[in-house]
Unconditional design. Sequence first.
Length: 244
Amino acid sequence: MVNDRQSLDLTTFALPAGVDAVEWRISDTPVPYPDSVAEMDARVTAIAAGSAPELVWLLEHPPLYTSGTSGKAGDLLDPRFPTFQTGRGGQVTYHGPGQRVAYVMLDLKRRRPDVRAYVASLEEWIIRTLAAFNVRGERREDRVGVWVRRPDKGPGFEDKIAAIGVRLRRWVSFHGIAVNVEPDLSHFQAIVPCGVVDPRYGVTSLVDLGLPVTMADVDVALRQAFSEVFGAAAAGTPHEQPAL
């Protein structure tokens, strides 16, 4: 069933007056997962203390699997890459080259301390990003993430194109979203992605849907859609930095 949260109030997570603009960061080489977690931990602590601005960090990881707080050992069918236990919500997922990961560190105490509404806003962010490429992403009540219908595969078939997993500390968010741009989709076959076992539900990407989209294209769309859902981003071009 399609989630009916289509009328999301886009002012609910707007940037409060007097708050520094959100910083944007792009890492230009794959970031090892433990390094990204350490960086997020430090930044979340600083944001909560009021000593650093909010941050959206765009990156890719080397091939790996992560298991969230609801993860099950049986969802790792053939763990051919390193697997990391993580404190984010959700189950088992894959990260790797060709997937745009966006780690989002926002002060929800100042914006809106509502976890469900925040996840809905992340969904809306993804849906608006996909719309820039004429892809209709949809929410589902019983399945986290953003999905696209695949009538070409048969009635009722749908593929997941983006995952969501979040964590909060002192009402500062971290972890975030992962949008499949052009990852190796065969790497998802080694797991039960996010615990979904129904054979009608698979995994896809923008390139798999026949769209010649680059990571830079997606970054531009993410930035524009973010400003619509979460308020204006920082002025200027996001700076690139080496992997940690």
